[in-house]
Design a protein around this ligand. Sequence first.
Ligand code: SF4
Ligand code: SF4
Length: 208
Amino acid sequence: MAASHAEKTHAAPAAPQGGGPRKGTVAVRVVGRPDSLEQRIYLPEVVKGLGVTAKHFFANLFSRKYTVTVEYPEQKVKYPPRNRGLHRLMHREDGEVRCVACMLCPTVCPAHCITIVPEETGNGNEKRPKVFEIDELRCVVCGLCVEACPCDAIRMDTGEHATAVDFRADAILGKLDLLKRGAASTAVQGGVGGDWRAKADKTRDETP
Ligand code: SF4
Ligand code: SF4
């Protein structure tokens, strides 16, 4: 279509001797308006567009050939294993919360949606969260809290979505909500077993 348009070309200023475009200049091509009746009324293009729409409509009606959507919520797509769902807090083997209130997750959280108030556990060397809250409305589902946690205390592997709420405050999940969704985890720092330091020392000593 453009080939039949009246076109005027404003040539770029002559290149300097030695070839190559002159720095700081541009070529402007002025494209004329459509001149034939067919081009001016756009009807053939409109008919072509409708043809594509009709083709997809009938193909989907009888064979769903071009359908890329699913009938949610009756039909659900399978989430990939690394999908980030609603948060949960993991338990130790004795049922206690694994979180040691180290404050790494609220520090790394870009949405500032994690609130932790620590308390002493009473054993002299550990803390635990007295309050642990996540505002799921402010969460941007980045997963950084899970990455930052040194003791596998927080996960987002539930496959659950944050539920719709009428009031903003209802979107804040508390410690009990998060623990209810949790499960026992026996992960240890480094993920290689409780005696990881002894093994690492042995490997280092044996390495020539
Ligand atoms: S997923 Fe990201 S935004 Fe959500 S609580 Fe964790 S760190 Fe914050
Ligand atoms: S990073 Fe882990 S251990 Fe530290 S406060 Fe967050 S959930 Fe608790």
